[in-house]
Ligand binder design. Structure first.
Ligand SMILES: Nc1ncnc2c1ncn2[C@@H]1O[C@H](COP(=O)(O)OP(=O)(O)OP(=O)(O)O)[C@@H](O)[C@H]1O
Ligand SMILES: [Mg+2]
Length: 501
């Protein structure tokens, strides 16, 4: 047995009102992928932030390559060869790929043109050794989330790290992109890098990890060789009980009333002549690969982006939607895939976020917010979605990643809008809460709401939708009823590129 790269022992960490970590253990060997799993708020990110110098531990010991260490800053962690890629990626969108990688430590040559060149050459070299297909000169804002992930990996490795922590790297990736990520992960493992892989996609642990550590409510549960445990065993260790996946269920037939119709929507090359209808009580799944234009369509309908041409009808009446507040006044809500940028007011408390989209309902006669009502409404969603928080007054930024996603969902549930567009609603959400969200969506449909669900997870699309619309390169390439839809058929439409454009 080689010497471990990292040994963490008896680690505890409190935040106000929360025992985030209580006597936790973790170790990592060179050349292994060690998965870290647990429900939302279990303490996974916090434990790894302690290791990477973001937080200081309150108790416990950390050894790196056999030596006891104190890791009080991220710099200190980097010097010890520890890098972490965070759940919420932190790139600067207006800078280039190379600039992002070397930010704050650009080569110190005098003229700035030379600097740029050295930077780009350095980055290109780095990508080559990692076999990454990235262009150092591209601006980050022009790239997809999957590529952001690759940039973060390159950046982490540019510090010559031998410990690489990836906090939910696959949450935002499609299957092909995940394959690519795993290829890189395996290559790193070959080179003796120790990798921590945090994920809610339990199926993938078998594919990629050597060992798995389970956490529950801030406590260490167990560490096992992945080959020796079944996914069901992992789930029961995570939740401390056996949960039964509810039988896939699509609510009964929607009514014939069309509540939303989009006709011939166009926007440059990203949305091309998109038309679809959504009926009361219906869940329409929109499937497609990353970049197919699904989010773009949603954002256009919600008024978050302008479009060049096309018409939108709400309950048969043509409406002009120029901003999200126009959309809201026509009863359209949009749950964004990017919760950090569009979904949440991170600096405000949980209660405010949960009632934000429905504020009008909670105003008293003089425009005063009726606190008792907002508390009640917020509390209902906290119960509904099992949101883990010390109180309704907790700042949303301090909630765990998956818990924040639940808050965005809760916000639109409170809003009580008739048409809801959910963009990747279960991203980063743990198994238990996922079934909960499916149940809630079904309930909403049954109550007569109309729902569009964009998702990259085909099983989710198949399980939830009355109808599936498939997009590729900005066009609608296929439409399938719940009965017709299969993974294969969806994939065929999703890759149906227009011949030679
Ligand atoms: N900066 C902070 N201030 C206060 N509380 C925090 C802070 N960071 C995390 N917490 C709390 O600590 C607990 C553990 O959170 P953590 O982010 O480690 O969970 P996680 O296992 O990564 O969950 P997820 O799967 O949702 O990402 C949660 O209750 C969270 O709200
Ligand atoms: Mg986390």
């Amino acid at each position: 047995m080689p010497e471990p790269l990292v040994e963490m022992h008896g680690i505890s960490k409190d935040f106000p009102g929360v025992h985030a970590l209580v006597d936790c253990h973790f170790d990592l060997y060179p050349g292994e992928v060690h998965a870290l799993v647990g429900e939302n708020g279990a303490g996974k990110s916090t434990l790894m932030k302690v290791l990477s110098g973001v937080y200081r531990r309150d108790a416990g010991t950390i050894k790196v390559k056999g030596l006891p260490v104190n890791i009080s800053t991220t710099r200190a962690a980097q010097r010890l060869g520890i890098s972490m890629i965070h759940q919420e990626l932190n790139l600067m969108p207006h800078l280039t790929v190379a600039q992002n990688i070397y930010i704050g430590r650009e080569p110190q040559v005098v003229p700035s043109v030379l600097n740029e060149k050295a930077l780009n050459d350095e980055a290109a070299k780095l990508f080559e050794t990692l076999h990454l297909r990235l262009d150092p000169l591209k601006r980050v804002s022009s790239l997809a989330v999957a590529q952001h992930q690759m940039i973060e990996i390159a950046k982490a490795l540019s510090f010559n790290s031998d410990v690489l922590i990836m906090d939910e790297p696959t949450a935002a990736l499609t299957d092909t992109e995940i394959d690519e990520l795993f290829r890189i992960t395996r290559a790193l493992r070959e080179r003796g890098v120790g990798i921590v892989h945090i994920s809610h996609r339990l199926q993938e642990l078998k594919q990629i990890s050597d060992r798995v550590t389970v956490m529950r409510d801030g406590h260490y549960v167990d560490t096992r060789p992945t080959a020796d445990v079944s996914t069901d065993q992992i789930i029961s260790m995570m939740v401390g009980r056996t949960i039964f996946e509810a039988v896939p269920e699509v609510p009964e037939h929607p009514s014939e009333e069309v509540v939303l119709e989009v006709r011939n929507l166009n926007r440059g090359r990203v949305i091309r002549d998109v038309s679809f209808r959504l009926r009361r009580g219906e869940i329409v799944g929109i499937a497609g690969l990353v970049g197919a234009g699904r989010t773009e369509v949603a954002r256009a309908v919600f008024g978050a982006d302008p479009f060049d041409s096309g018409e939108i009808f709400v309950k048969g009446t043509k409406v002009a939607i120029k901003s999200p507040s126009d959309a809201a006044s026509h009863g359209i809500g949009y749950l964004s895939e990017d919760r950090k940028r569009y979904g949440l007011a991170l600096g405000l408390d949980l209660e405010t976020n949960l009632v934000l989209a429905a504020m009008r309902r909670f105003l008293g006669p003089l425009g005063v917010i009726r606190g008792a009502l907002t508390r009640l409404a917020a509390d209902r969603q906290v119960q509904n979605l099992a949101i883990k928080t010390p109180s309704l007054k907790q700042t949303v930024r301090n909630l765990s990643g998956g818990t924040q996603q639940k808050v965005v969902v809760g916000k639109w549930l409170t809003a009580d809008t008739e048409i809801l567009i959910f963009d990747e609603p279960t991203r980063g959400i743990d198994v238990g809460a996922k079934s909960e969200i499916y149940r809630l969506l079904n309930d909403l449909a049954r109550e007569g709401k109309a729902i569009v669900m964009i998702s990259s997870e085909l099983p989710e699309i198949l399980r939830m939708s009355h109808r599936v619309i498939v997009m590729c390169e900005g066009r609608v390439t296929g439409e399938l009823t719940a009965g017709e839809a299969t993974q294969e058929k969806i994939m065929t439409f999703a890759t149906q590129r227009a011949s030679a454009v």
